[in-house]
Write a protein that binds this ligand. Structure first.
Ligand code: ADP
Ligand code: MG
Length: 504
């Protein structure tokens, strides 16, 4: 495993205040379960479908309809828990959270308040190479998503789309272990990466697949340590919850302005009121949505339509055995097996498809060279090409490996390799054949190189005189030879011969 140092929390201190304040942040991440059907009905979860086309009677809250648990969603929640090193609760149960909202036709949300399916776990958040921070997970529960009210389509009417009603969500609740805006974004990023590796959530924040409620409080230095020792929340400041954030950038900005708002209140002698707030990116401010006094009484009670959910340890073990290699383990293996830096290994393992592409490419060739080509040439080229995904790469791992093998065997120079890559990228074909057919082979025949060097020396007596005084100018001759040979001369041989002739 990767040798991580857990850095002592370096909490974010807000500058410009009268005194030092630290941040304390806890996140409730809502991750849509990657299931084709809803949590309690067979209706489709397809994104972007015609409004109200994916609605079963039970989703619409029709009288007499009964929810039936989707076993696939339960399996994915268990898998997620296992991927976060969490406790799996063999006994869990569903509760009704009662409230009225037009996009909630049942009049309640089915959730798991008292007995969540997943208990305590952890996420290692990468802050810098070799430095990870541990964020504790408190619980993960399964619940239904609500529908969508649409207020901007008509001046007089609001509309409701129930396609999302009843879609399965995993609510992943962290402990307040996050100490700054960057760390909060890194935490969401790592969580998203793990979920995508597991295949339990698509993690598409734009589509609302992954959203976070961000809880923020401020405290004086030392207070958080007391909380850590005792787990007593009274050492912490009063928190505000910023609802429904679906962009990493906004999460960071919202935490920052919210912390400043709280500091200003406290330093002016006031008190932070616990409330739910919304972030407005246009004004870069948070606004009160509802305070604790007017907070809902949800009248939670066990859902009488559903039996408690009891699962077998054998089934959990089966799911455990099916877990894929996760990001930290893959990164450590890439470093050990291919001699990669932690940075390169992190880039290659950011997305599981990229890691698979790299691994196939690196088979039987130099790992570092392969990493270099995948990261710098291929990723760079895909980015320029309309930000294409690795799955759309016109160059296959086989083809890229072919190019790398030609470099390693000195058949082509690094420069020619770039030309060759461009040909393969735009025209396709077998790299070795292209090199053969288009005469791109490197000139390693020292006789031919010597002849080219001699000619350039003979034609440029002034440059020769200068280069004799300043050996650094030899580079000019190397450049001329490369030009004369259309980049095909072996650069190592050219360097040697130029140095030898100039000193002679
Ligand atoms: P609720 O369900 O009412 O929102 P929870 O106790 O479940 O309350 O906490 C929700 C989130 O708030 C958790 O992620 C938790 O870590 C975080 N949290 C609790 N106390 C604080 C605090 N003082 N500062 C920041 N975050 C906090
Ligand atoms: Mg909450």
């Amino acid at each position: 495993m990767l040798d991580l140092t857990y850095d002592t929390p370096k909490p974010k201190v807000i500058a410009g205040a009268k005194q030092d304040w630290e941040l304390v942040i806890g996140l409730e991440v809502h991750a849509q379960v990657a299931s084709n059907a809803k949590l309690f009905s067979g209706a489709s979860t397809q994104f972007g479908a015609e409004p109200n086309s994916n609605v079963a009677f039970v989703d619409a809250g029709m009288p007499g309809m009964l929810p039936v648990i989707n076993e696939g969603c339960v399996a994915l929640a268990v898998k997620t828990g296992l991927g976060l090193q969490a406790e799996i609760n063999l006994y869990s149960a569903f509760d009704r959270k009662n409230y009225f909202y037009p996009d909630l036709p049942q009049g309640y949300q089915i959730s798991q308040l008292y007995h969540p399916i997943v208990g305590e776990g952890e996420v290692l958040v990468d802050m810098a190479p070799g430095i990870a921070r541990k964020v504790r997970i408190e619980r993960i529960h399964l619940e239904q998503d609500a529908g969508k009210s649409i207020h901007d389509m008509d001046p007089h009417m609001s509309f409701v789309d129930l396609n999302r009603t009843g879609v399965a969500l995993m609510e992943i609740v962290s402990r307040p272990d996050i100490r700054g805006p960057e760390e909060a974004a890194a935490y969401v990023g790592k969580l998203r990466q793990i979920l995508r590796y597991l295949g339990t959530c698509d993690g598409n924040m734009q589509n609302g697949n992954l959203r976070a409620d961000v809880n923020v409080s401020i405290c004086q230095p030392g207070a958080y340590e007391k909380y850590q020792e005792t787990q007593d929340f009274s050492h912490l400041g009063t928190r505000c919850e910023i609802k429904n954030m679906n962009s990493m950038r906004f999460i960071q900005a919202a935490i920052d302005v919210e912390a400043r708002r709280q500091i200003a209140i406290v330093e002016a002698g006031g008190e932070v009121v616990q409330e739910t707030r919304l972030y407005d990116p246009d004004k870069n401010e948070t606004r009160s949505m509802r305070s604790k006094e007017e907070a809902h009484d949800y009248r939670y009670f066990p859902c009488p339509d559903l039996l408690p959910l009891e699962i077998e340890q054998d089934w959990v073990d089966e799911i455990k055995a099916s877990l894929p290699e996760l990001p930290d383990a893959k990164r450590a293996r890439f470093m050990a097996d291919f001699g990669l830096s932690e940075y390169d290994a992190s880039v290659l393992t950011a997305e599981v498809q990229n890691a698979a592409y790299f691994e196939e490419t690196a088979e039987g060739v130099d790992g570092k060279l392969a990493a270099n080509w995948v990261i710098n040439e291929l990723f760079g080229r895909l980015k320029k090409d309309d930000d294409k995904d690795i799955s759309e790469s016109p160059v296959s791992p086989d083809q890229l490996r072919g190019i790398i093998a030609l470099i390693s065997s000195d058949a082509i120079s690094g420069k020619i390799a770039k030309d060759l890559f461009e040909i393969v990228y735009t025209e396709g074909g077998d790299p070795a054949k292209i090199v053969e057919e288009r005469g791109m082979k490197q000139v390693t025949d020292t006789g031919a190189i010597e002849a080219a060097v001699d000619e350039i020396i003979a034609n440029n007596p002034d440059q020769v005189a200068k280069a004799k005084e300043n050996p650094k100018l030899a580079g000019w001759f190397v450049g001329q030879v490369m030009k004369a040979t259309a980049g095909k001369a072996n650069p190592k041989a050219v360097n040697q011969i130029v140095a030898q002739k100039l000193s002679g």
